[in-house]
Design a protein around this ligand. Structure first.
Ligand code: GMT
Length: 393
């Protein structure tokens, strides 16, 4: 059933926003692009749209039940001939099937590789049958800055981005980096990452805080997929310097290739007693609620969704000033940024934020306030407006 809600435009003009059947393609893992895509789908479903996730696994943030959410698994059968199962073909075929059978209005793919190329293929197949499906590609970061720029993928990435009906990037920085690195002939619209501030505004659980910091130590946190780009070794070095000055504990959430090195480094620096590796976690709200300071010294962040979620949870942030982070963090107000690799500066900033209770409190309050600028209620309508425009075209 199509439901239309009246919306008032300028000069009293009345328009209707109708619910849509939207396909969302993303990586279902803990990565920022998958998290953002899933949260977007959930928010759109709450607003009455029908959301069809097309992924090879249930997205990690897709928990619970919603009448408007549908999950379609991409099956990638193996065959003795294949050293590399052709995932892109399986994905394009799944897209065709879901679009055909669910009368989708549009397809929104998150992360260019290989989703934009598979969407192009699906769109061409359906065109032959007289079905026109608009494709929106959202660029998230490493699909452009790291993997996408690799010669192995670059021509396909550029082609499929240019073939999308609309392109969005999660920060102005990512938009510029995309234009600088690819022959993009189309307009890229910036729609920042978002966070549900109300959901992340949890009260700290005292018992949890006591277990982690029994003597009232400051709690620092880093959460990521522990890839090289996150510079987890910098997190450990910054913490050691903070820990030498202030009683403190470090929580490390997530898992990935650099985790082993991080554990070794903690042993080498003899700070294991004050560092806890929590692995992958679902209930980040409770962890953010007890966090005083979030550390994100990344080599690059197109936006830094993890920092935004931490801020919504009331944590101050010390990060690098790479990529889109200056679009998220206000220097000296909700946290501090320093040049990539400048461990001394980041440690000094962290100590400055954490040293006095009153000062820390003002940073934490400012962090939550800053996060409100990127609240779900401000950003999700931008996607809806984009969908409406694309549909009408
Ligand atoms: O942070 C990661 O490495 C995961 C990555 C992804 O592509 O899944 O996250 C990227 O997308 C997020 C959501 O748009 C951004 O907030 C992250 O900054 C971005 N990561 C990088 O640019 C390294």
């Amino acid at each position: 059933m199509v439901v239309c809600t009246p919306i008032k435009k300028a000069l009293g003009e009345l328009r209707y926003l109708c619910n849509m059947n939207i396909g969302i393609v993303c990586y279902p893992t803990f990565g920022g692009s998958g998290v953002l895509a899933t949260e977007l789908g959930k928010a759109l479903a709450d607003k009455g749209h029908n959301i069809h996730f097309i992924t090879y696994q249930q997205p990690v943030r897709l928990t619970g039940f919603s009448t408007n959410i549908f999950y379609h698994e991409v099956r990638v059968p193996t065959y003795p001939l294949f050293d590399y199962p052709p995932y892109e073909s399986a994905l394009a075929s799944a897209m065709v099937d879901v679009i055909r059978n669910n009368h989708l209005d549009l397809l929104h793919v998150h992360y260019a590789i290989p989703h934009a190329a598979a969407a192009y293929m699906a769109r061409q197949i359906l065109k032959e049958e007289g079905i026109l499906i608009p494709v929106i590609t959202t660029l998230h970061g490493t699909d452009i800055t790291l993997v996408g720029r690799d010669k192995t993928y670059a021509p396909v990435v550029a082609f499929s981005i240019n073939q999308s009906d609309a392109i969005t990037a999660v920060s102005h920085n990512l938009r510029e980096v995309t234009y600088a690195n690819f022959p993009i002939t189309r307009e890229i619209e910036v729609i920042h990452n978002f966070v549900d501030v109300a959901r992340f505004s949890r009260k700290p659980i005292d018992a949890f805080r006591k277990v982690i910091a029994p003597n009232g130590e400051r709690i620092l946190l880093h959460a990521s997929n522990f890839r090289k780009v996150k510079r987890v070794q910098d997190v450990i070095h910054i913490f050691r310097k903070v820990n030498g000055t202030l009683p403190s504990k470090l929580l490390l959430v997530g898992d990935g290739p650099e985790r082993h090195m991080a554990e070794e480094l903690c042993r080498e620096l003899q700070i294991c007693e004050d560092v806890r590796f929590l692995g992958k976690q679902q209930d980040m709200e409770d962890i953010f609620a007890v966090t005083d300071l979030f550390l994100l010294p990344s080599e690059y962040e197109s936006f830094g969704l993890a920092a935004l979620e931490a801020m919504a949870g009331g944590a101050a942030v010390v990060s690098s000033n790479a990529g889109g982070l200056p679009e998220v963090i206000e220097q000296g107000i909700c946290g501090y940024m320093a040049n990539v690799g400048d461990i001394d500066a980041m440690a000094a900033f962290a100590i400055d934020v954490l040293q006095e209770d009153e000062r820390l409190k003002s940073f934490r309050e400012a962090a939550r306030k800053q996060a409100e600028k990127f609240d779900i209620h401000n950003i999700v309508p931008l996607y809806e407006q984009l969908y409406e425009r694309i549909k009408q075209r």
